[in-house]
Design a protein around this ligand. Structure first.
Ligand code: SF4
Length: 287
């Protein structure tokens, strides 16, 4: 049985960068406190905590007066930066530069909309940290949609600027954009701008993963149980290859999955570290 690692798996650039920044601080002997989990991966979080990382919630931010807090790759709304400033907190800003750029675009669209009357609509997961940061840049006035069921909040007769959370499925975003376009056409309104804001690190993965999943007899997908991106990417594998299994560690693997298998592909979510994928691949090689 041959084992192959998906070359596109592992952390996205933004999460890698944030974790490297935290590790560099910890290795320099500094205390690092992150505002929320740095990544939706329990194993990686446990490893960072073992190195000295602590994690606080937004409600606990006032207790960090005068101390240092790291903002993770998802970004924060302007009010969090303001509060940190008022509390004399030093911010280690690990916001992904792509998220920062998107926040800036939303801020500009929001400012322009104050005179033109356009609505900011964000396609994303309600309650997700990145969405909160994006919405904060629209003065918390954006209409958050996750499916066509949320269209009731949109006024299709008004100008509309559509953005997506960076980690959403590009194909689903396109369908949402087309459905909005159709409703606006029906309302006699053509003032729609759809931003290309799904991150390329995410949008390129679905087609590449389909090819990878169809090339192997069995697919082992490594991810954290709380990773939405992991569940989504795993569903892509499962749709292409029935013999796809989701695991969080080598202990979850059942040897019966591999009877008659000649090749096994190992992939993972954008929140799964490369070392965890290699660990699972090494375990499979030893079977
Ligand atoms: S998915 Fe893209 S935009 Fe989001 S943190 Fe990763 S690299 Fe940055």
């Amino acid at each position: 049985m041959k084992v192959f690692i998906d070359p596109d798996s592992g952390f996205c650039f933004g999460v890698s960068r944030a974790i490297q920044a935290a590790e560099a601080e910890l290795e320099a002997g500094n205390t690092v406190c992150s505002l929320g989990d740095m990544v939706h991966n329990q194993v990686q979080m446990d490893q960072l905590k073992a190195k000295g990382l602590s994690v606080i919630t937004h409600d606990e931010l006032p207790s960090m007066k005068g101390k240092t807090v790291m903002f993770r790759a998802h970004g924060e709304p302007p009010e969090t930066f303001r509060l940190a400033d008022e509390l004399g907190i030093t911010v280690l800003d690990a916001t992904c530069p792509i998220v920062t750029k998107l926040q800036q675009r939303i801020k500009e669209a929001y400012a322009a909309g104050l005179t033109s009357g356009s609505q900011i609509v964000i396609y994303g997961k309600p309650g997700h940290a990145e969405v909160a940061g994006l919405n904060g840049n629209a003065g918390n006035t954006a209409i958050i949609i996750h499916s066509e069921n949320d269209f009731g909040n949109i006024d299709f007769s008004k100008p509309l600027r559509l953005f997506s959370q960076t980690t959403m499925d590009a194909e689903a975003y396109q369908s949402i954009g087309e459905a909005i376009q159709q409703r606006m056409n029906e309302a006699g309104n053509t003032d729609l701008v759809i931003a290309k804001s799904v991150c390329r690190q995410v949008s390129g993965r679905a087609p590449a993963l389909r090819t990878f999943a169809s090339a192997h007899d069995v697919i082992i997908f490594v991810g954290g149980n709380n990773s939405a991106n992991g569940k989504y990417l795993f569903s892509i594998c499962k749709a292409i290859n029935e013999k796809s299994y989701f695991v969080s560690s080598p202990e979850d693997i059942d040897v019966h999955w591999f009877s008659n298998a000649k090749s096994v592909g190992v992939s993972g979510a954008t929140s799964t570290p490369g070392w965890q994928i290699r660990q699972v691949a090494e375990y499979l090689q030893g079977l």
